[in-house]
Design a protein around this ligand. Structure first.
Ligand SMILES: Cc1ncc(C[n+]2csc(CCOP(=O)(O)OP(=O)(O)O)c2C)c(N)n1
Length: 286
């Protein structure tokens, strides 16, 4: 059972991170993938600030856990989670985000930004790379885990399932998939066109252990990460985290118009007020 003090510490970080995301979005002269950033905020805080063995002062440590953001359009969310952990400077991210000469691109680049494990953005590829890293780690008898965050819409891509089958077949117990299951794709809801259910059963059919959780409940996130099986487990694990796209901002939540967008000054103020009210428990979820 998660320690209430740790739950509170991470909730505060997630609150701070949401406000930093909105402020960056408001300051940026272009669109940000804000809907899916807000849906995975709590998960990224749980990973970077609790569940993963990482050290910003030793980013090449061979024993570090590896994190791959397969839904690379959410890069800024990862930058801010890492910045709150001490990797990067927030003001520098805000100042340069999305510029051609910036290390903080709309999609993450491991060459430009040390600390990023994998360049992503073309959806569907991260899990296959994570499988390779996990397989290699096992061959070398290394003890770290490989974590791979995917969007649920992203898992419409066939390559994901080829990788999932490989991971299940090779019994990669050191591999952890995390699904940001916000039930929205880019411009539609799950089931409008593509249907993902029965989602958990699909992963089980590929020989994965499945943990279903509320991706906005920090206690559940901590418990899921603390109770991962040992890396010698006979199966990889997938955490299917039920989330809300745009979580915390009333006009974005479950609104397909907010997969990506730009925020006016008024939008920014309203979004910050919503996030503050949400955190204070004064606003009911959509
Ligand atoms: C191969 C590929 N096709 C299309 C896109 C454009 N694209 C960017 S985000 C997105 C929707 C992704 O949905 P989901 O994975 O559910 O992400 P989330 O809702 O969590 O943002 C699409 C189609 C892309 N980046 N890569």
């Amino acid at each position: 059972m998660a320690d209430p003090k740790e739950v509170k510490r991470l909730e505060e970080l997630a609150y701070e991170m949401r406000k930093k995301l909105i402020n960056l979005c408001g300051a940026y002269d272009g669109v940000v993938h804000i809907g899916g950033d807000l849906s995975m905020t709590d998960l990224l805080i749980g990973l970077y600030h609790h569940g993963m063995r990482v050290d910003p002062s030793d980013i090449k440590s061979p024993t570090r856990d590896r994190f791959l953001l397969s839904k690379g359009h959410g890069a800024v969310c990862m930058y801010i989670a890492m910045c709150l952990r001490g990797y990067f400077d927030y003001d520098e991210i805000v100042k340069t985000y999305g510029r051609l000469d910036s290390a903080y691109g709309m999609h993450p680049c491991k060459i430009q930004l040390p600390g990023v494990e994998c360049s992503t953005g073309s959806l569907g590829q991260g899990l296959a790379i994570a499988v390779g890293l996990a397989f290699s780690a096992r061959q070398r008898k290394e003890a770290h885990r490989v974590f791979c965050m995917m969007g649920d819409g992203e898992t419409c891509e066939g390559e994901v399932w080829e990788a999932a089958n490989t991971a299940g077949s090779y019994k990669l117990g050191n591999l952890v998939g995390i699904i940001d299951r916000n039930k929205q794709l880019m411009t539609s809801f799950d089931g409008d066109y593509m249907r993902l259910e029965p989602y958990a059963d699909k992963w089980r059919a590929f020989n994965w252990d499945v943990v279903e959780l509320d991706g906005h409940d920090m206690g559940q996130i901590i418990d899921a990460l603390d109770n991962l099986p040992p890396i010698t487990n006979e199966k990889p694990t997938v955490l299917i985290a039920s989330t809300i796209k745009g979580k915390g901002v009333s006009f974005m939540e479950k609104n397909v118009g907010w997969h990506a967008g730009a925020l006016s000054k008024e939008d920014t103020e309203k979004a910050i007020a919503d996030i503050e009210a949400d955190y204070a428990g004064e606003r009911s979820a959509a």
